[in-house]
Design a protein around this ligand. Structure first.
Ligand code: ZN
Length: 378
């Protein structure tokens, strides 16, 4: 199972210089071959790698940087074409130096006199990473992690538009077989706008209004940016401010979501949520809505992963299941809740008073329970 760990990286001046050189060379190789593919015909990876070897003569400065990263630029271009052919993405475009910069390098292992060597190594105790040509670079992140059980596959060095450096390390983790838990407690969750998560236990995790708090500022900066001349110094400054704000919003949300998920998975054995319609989501261009959708999606992914690690269960109920229309006591279907502003309602048949979201999450829980036992009984 592949897993990525993203660390903040603190390179010294010399390392920073070399990182920027590598970005440049990576971009150069990518654009060089993309240009050839556009003007002549799409090349095979093998041919591009062969040509790369010969390019060192005409472009001797390529030797200064990690050679493996240059091959990765070719693989990267190949991936971009594959994504284009399978209609996952648009036609590959040329890389420029104004956007987020990154380069990937693969982990190469060798052994000598019974000792194993690797060009990428993580030292979580000393909080350093060894990278080709760069040597040891200081990193921060994952304070509670002592060792990673698995082999490093590759590393991507990133400079965000905020000016911060990161390294994302992909590890082929050894799956630790967790004994399956005998479920004792089940919980259903509903995802919402006002409250991010509403549980069938009646708990609500408010949305903290992270976005609302920052939205005014976000809009102001966006307006400012649209008035400035593209590429000018002030434009770049504003763009920088904007990306800092984006990452702040993102990080706050991520931290908050993790907190909720840790609590839910610690206290429960079966967790049920609704399945999200990804296609429907990507059509939405409204900013705050799209960020919200992204966090719903992230919650589901995190839950899936966390539950698997703990040997517990996670089920997703069909999107079209009428969770907010059904009375969880008598299963009567109501039309009252069609109006979104109705937060509380009374069942016409049994007279039970419901909180809209808690009722929905209870229905989701019952559906999940059915799913669990229909799977277990087979
Ligand atoms: Zn009822």
């Amino acid at each position: 199972m592949y897993k990525a760990y993203k660390f903040r990286m603190y390179p010294n001046d010399e390392q920073t210089n070399l990182i920027h050189k590598t970005f440049g060379c990576y971009r150069f190789i990518y654009n060089y071959f993309l240009n050839k593919c556009v003007e002549h015909k799409i090349m095979k990876v093998f041919d591009m790698c062969k040509e790369l070897k010969e390019m060192y003569i005409d472009y001797p400065w390529l030797k200064e940087v990690d050679s493996c990263s240059l091959r990765c630029a070719i693989f990267n271009l190949e991936d971009a074409y594959q994504n284009y052919f399978s209609k996952r993405n648009k036609y590959p475009i040329f890389k420029n130096r104004f956007s987020r910069q990154s380069y990937r390098t693969n982990c190469i292992r060798s052994s000598y006199k019974g000792k194993e060597y690797s060009n990428i190594e993580l030292d979580l105790k000393e909080r350093k990473i060894k990278l080709p040509k760069l040597g040891l670079v200081n990193i921060r992140g994952y304070r509670n992690l002592e060792v990673i059980n698995g082999k490093i596959v590759n590393a991507t060095v990133i400079r965000e538009t905020t000016g911060k450096y990161y390294v994302s390390v992909v590890v082929d983790e050894i799956e630790v077989k967790k004994e399956e838990v005998v479920p004792k407690k089940i919980i259903g969750i509903d995802l919402g706008v006002k409250d991010l998560v509403i549980t069938s236990d009646g708990e609500k995790y408010s949305n903290q209004k992270v976005l609302e708090k920052h939205e005014k500022r976000l809009k102001r900066i966006q307006r400012k940016l649209s008035r400035q001349i593209k590429g000018s110094n002030n434009y770049l400054k504003t763009k920088n401010k904007l990306s800092r704000l984006y990452s702040k919003i993102k990080n706050t949300r991520k931290y908050y979501m993790n907190e909720i998920i840790n609590k839910l998975t610690r206290e429960n054995d079966i967790i049920v949520s609704e399945k999200l319609d990804i296609k429907e989501m990507s059509k939405n261009h409204h900013l705050s809505k799209s960020i919200l959708d992204a966090s719903f999606h992230q919650i589901c992914l995190l839950l899936k992963w966390k539950v698997k690690q703990l040997g517990k269960y996670y089920y997703q109920v069909d999107t079209y299941y009428p969770s907010s229309k059904t009375c969880n006591r008598c299963e009567n279907k109501t039309e009252i809740t069609n109006r979104l502003e109705i937060r509380e309602w009374e069942c016409e048949r049994c007279g039970m008073r419901h909180d809209r979201d808690i009722n929905a999450s209870m229905n989701i829980m019952f559906e999940g329970l059915k799913m669990h036992y229909s799977i277990v009984n087979i």
